[in-house]
Design a protein around this ligand. Sequence first.
Ligand code: NDP
Length: 250
Amino acid sequence: MTRPENERPALVTGSSRGLGRATAIELAARGHPLVVHYVRSEGPAAETVQEIEAAGGRAVAVGADVADAEGCDRLLRAATEAFGPVAVLVNNAGVTADGLAMRMKDDAWQRVLDTNLTGAFRLSRGVLRAMLKARWGRIVNLSSVVARMGNAGQANYVASKAGLIGLTKALAREVSGRGVTVNAVAPGFIESDMTDALPDELKASYLTQIPAGRFGTPHDVAAMVAFLAGDEAAYVTGQTLSVDGGLTMQ
Ligand code: NDP
């Protein structure tokens, strides 16, 4: 039997700040019990929980490194103990370690792939059995416009984000027949810690290429993820939805 939409436990990785925090708050506002997740930012994760609880929602914070297998297992165990099997998984945790490919060290390559792509695979594998049994589930992977466009100095990051699009399609083909959808969201330039670090000239040059004439907000992305997580998106699967103010058009 499927659970009422508002009782389905959701896990948003990397929800201590940025897009993940906005997504956790949006899903909680729609009634999902929320597993807020972080790796280092315990305080900000606790603030996300407080914000959800202050608005009348339910949430717990769990710390775990998604770049390693043990961290993923521990995260899923804690999530299940808190609210039951995860019904909505948002693979949002992500890192960059930029540099030109010619000079990129193996460590920078591996760390980004392990966190952004392998972590998403392991967590998806870990939640699928229960989703298939329940005949309802949602997996949303945070990709990026750079997966489609490429970006100099980000071979590791772009490969991880393009890998997520492939993972999304392959999983969707395996599970969509049983009520589980798998989609990706490809944000463009969104205001967050990750983009705050970029030089002002680079930001100004990006702005000229965005038809909407502004950078995105974390809420712009959260709204798309929340749509994909809901019942109304039941017939959307294997897709990558751009939230980029028109930066890329297909
Ligand atoms: P932030 O850098 O603001 O936040 C990253 C989040 O990921 C934090 O919660 C962080 O936890 C968590 N995290 C990082 N490494 C690990 C790890 N090894 N294990 C567990 N958690 C980890 O990122 P954004 O909010 O900007 O981006 C969120 C997602 O959206 C990322 O996947 C990013 O690639 C993607 N994206 C962002 C865009 C943008 O413009 N901002 C554009 C396109 C895609 P902690 O706080 O504990 O460090």
